[in-house]
Write a protein that binds this ligand. Structure first.
Ligand SMILES: [Zn+2]
Length: 114
């Protein structure tokens, strides 16, 4: 479940939009000024990261160990970090999907591929 980021051509703010499945959202607008003159920027969402402790100690620039990457509790940590950083409150749907990903990744992956 990627987060698409848009940079506003008017004020320069970056707005993150959580996308369900892999279709880019049709309409997007700047979260700061509301302008629809936004350009998508590519960000690498790292799914392998969780919990508020994990979130607060998470450093997106650090190189993660293999055990960190294999720990399903870390799934979505980067997405949470990015949401928090951009001031976006995760929706309940996002949180429940994240929970599913962390507890049973295969079920979520199956669902999003059909
Ligand atoms: Zn703007």
């Amino acid at each position: 479940m990627p987060i698409y980021e848009y940079k506003c051509s008017v004020c320069g703010e970056i707005t993150g939009i959580l996308v369900h499945g892999y279709d880019p959202p049709g309409d997007s607008a700047c979260g700061a000024c509301g302008s629809t003159d936004v350009k998508r920027i590519i960000s690498n969402v790292n799914y392998h990261h969780s919990g508020s402790d994990r979130l607060s100690s998470y450093d997106p620039r650090s190189r993660h160990s293999e055990s960190f990457l294999k720990d399903t509790r870390n799934i979505g940590l980067h997405a949470e970090y990015m949401l928090k950083k951009s001031g976006v409150k995760p929706t309940d749907e996002f949180k429940s999907k994240l929970e599913n990903l962390r507890t049973d990744p295969s079920s979520v992956i199956k669902k999003s591929s059909d």
